[in-house]
Design a protein around this ligand. Structure first.
Ligand code: BTN
Length: 257
């Protein structure tokens, strides 16, 4: 791929025909100090892609986006690390929403806490972030991003979809990757300049916000209305009595489907 129209994100681009997992590859290259802030690893095929909660992430060889973006934050306390999940989710949201504009009557694109990207109720992209913490600070972060672009055989079990399935069109993966890097750079710039507008954008885009959702709290069915996410990344939910409580991912999740 030619050089990207960005300042930092993707200026160091490592394009691989096939790799086990771009996240693992990024971690190895980071440890060897062969890559730095803004480096992007792009694999055309992933043979051992990893998802959240120890799941595997399947993608079609030459069809989808499997990429990892390396960040070396200058001053990010560990207890504020969720900001990176927000930035990644917003950037992925924006490129997916832009691609969806090509669809007639395209469904809304939302962020399912913490950082899945859904079209209506169907998952089109996932994010897996690995942060390295030293003395209470995030010293490096690998944002692993998988976007189902042109695949058409997807796991019905996970209610997955792709841009092609949603729009009926084949999409240019490299153009989408460039857009993704530009949106990441945009949100990182906002964050670094102290501009807080992206926090409310994330809140506004939360899937199921203000509506009762089927959740699982400590493994038990639980119904409540997601209202926001706090600075630590906990989901704020309002129960039927109007009480708002914050729960971390370890305790709360959306029930499947
Ligand atoms: C999820 O479970 O929703 C997260 C999926 C993350 C997949 C991406 S693909 C690129 C990067 N490499 C991996 O092994 N996983 C992430």
């Amino acid at each position: 791929m030619d050089s990207m129209r960005t300042r930092i994100i993707g200026q160091q681009l490592i394009e691989l025909a096939s790799v086990d997992s771009t996240n693992m590859c990024a971690a190895e290259l980071l440890a060897l100090k062969e890559i730095g802030h803004g480096a992007v690893i792009l694999a055309h095929e992933q043979t051992d892609g990893r998802g959240q909660r120890g799941r595997i992430w399947r993608s079609g060889a030459g069809l989808d986006i499997t990429t990892s973006v390396v960040l070396l934050p200058q001053h990010l306390p560990a207890n504020e690390q969720f900001v990176l999940a927000k930035i990644a989710a917003l950037a992925v949201h924006d490129v997916v929403a832009e691609a969806m504009r090509m669809a007639v009557g395209g469904e809304p694109v939302r962020i399912k806490w913490p950082n899945d990207i859904l079209v209506d109720r169907r998952k089109v992209a996932g994010i897996l972030i690995a942060n390295e913490l030293v003395a209470g600070m995030v010293v490096s972060s690998v944002l692993g991003i998988g976007i189902n672009v042109n695949s058409s055989e997807l796991d019905a079990e996970f209610n997955a979809t792709s841009l092609r399935m949603e729009t009926g069109l084949v999409h240019d993966r490299l153009a989408l990757l460039e857009g993704l890097c530009q949106r990441l750079e945009h949100y990182l710039d906002l964050w670094e300049s102290g501009d807080r507008q992206f926090h409310s954008r994330y809140t506004d885009l939360l899937w199921s916000r203000g509506r009762y959702a089927d959740l699982e709290l400590d493994g038990q069915p639980f119904s409540a209305r997601p209202v926001d996410v706090d600075a630590h990344g906990r989901l704020l939910v309002e129960d039927e009595a109007g009480h708002v409580q914050a729960f971390a991912l370890e305790r709360l999740r959306f029930a499947n489907r």
